[in-house]
Design a protein around this ligand. Structure first.
Ligand code: PAF
Length: 280
């Protein structure tokens, strides 16, 4: 496994792979890797010949007052985990390598980036699109792997790939959960024991929403059930609990799968989670 810090070095390494006729899989991450990330690396290894994992805490996707400075960083541990998981290249650029002084261009996620999660984090999805577009241009992957836990990010990036004609396919891997249902997230590192127990309310809320839909309840009732669970939980402040269409993040479309999405603050962490519901 090669650990590379410059765009030029990565491009050179990958041109060798391309010359050998190898396919390239890209797993963009912000590091502090957990089993969710490693499942993406393994999925990439199953489907492509050379797996590139980028680790870059992207300043553009954090708003003022968010946790950019505090975001967990563990370069040494991450490199070891990626070696064990079978990555071929780790791309670890510094902030100046990705965003040198004088840069000006950004990619806008448009309306899809302004609703639901985007309404609570203005500019977040533009920052995600800008860095991911750069990573796509740098690595030129055949396949790019993202986790379903960041469902709106997946919708935004699929839209970007289609709208801007990136010649690659986005593959989405299932959310990886702890045995008690908590969705794995680097931000879970912020939680102490009792906050971690409080955080289980997010998955409980999603399950309550699913139960309403299973019983034939409407989307508003499912949202009500999710909000009630979050409100009843100690130490949890709800940002939103919504039933949306998984592609547009607008209102669900009759007869189509419904995505239940929640976001809440638990102690110092802001957590998101979602579950897709499909009628039989
Ligand atoms: O999902 C993440 O970790 C980040 O949003 C991503 C896709 C690596 C872009 O910085």
């Amino acid at each position: 496994m090669k650990v590379l810090r410059s765009i030029d070095e990565l491009r050179k390494g990958l041109s060798g792979e391309r010359a050998a006729g190898h396919t390239i899989g890209l797993v963009p991450t912000m590091g502090a890797l957990h089993e969710g990330h490693l499942s993406l690396v393994r999925a990439a290894g199953d489907r492509t010949d050379a797996v590139v994992v980028s680790i870059f805490v992207n300043p553009l996707q954090f708003g003022p007052g968010e946790d950019y400075a505090a975001y967990p960083r563990d370069e040494e541990g991450d490199v070891k985990r990626l070696d064990d998981a079978g990555a071929s290249f780790v791309f670890l650029p510094g902030a100046d390598e990705m965003f040198p002084p004088g840069r000006s261009t950004t990619v806008s996620a448009g309306r899809l980036g302004e609703i639901v999660e985007g309404a609570h984090r203005p500019g977040h999805f533009d920052g995600v699109c800008t860095v991911v577009a750069k990573l796509f241009n740098i690595a030129g992957p055949h396949l790019a792997f993202f986790g379903q836990k960041d469902a709106q990010q997946v919708a935004v990036l699929k839209r970007m790939v289609e709208d801007l004609d990136f010649p690659l396919e986005v593959l989405v891997c299932p959310t990886v959960r702890e045995p008690d249902g908590l969705a794995m997230s680097s931000r879970n590192d912020y939680l102490h024991d009792s906050q971690r127990a409080d955080a289980l309310a997010l998955y409980r809320a999603l399950r309550a929403g699913v139960a309403v839909l299973e019983e034939g309840g409407d989307h508003a009732s499912a949202e009500g059930a999710m909000k009630a669970v979050l409100a009843a939980a100690g130490g949890v402040t709800t940002d939103y609990a919504r039933a949306v269409d998984p592609g547009s993040f607008g209102p669900p479309v009759a007869g189509n799968p419904v995505l239940l999405v929640v976001a809440a603050r638990v102690g110092p962490a802001r957590l998101i989670d979602n579950v897709l519901w499909e009628s039989e």
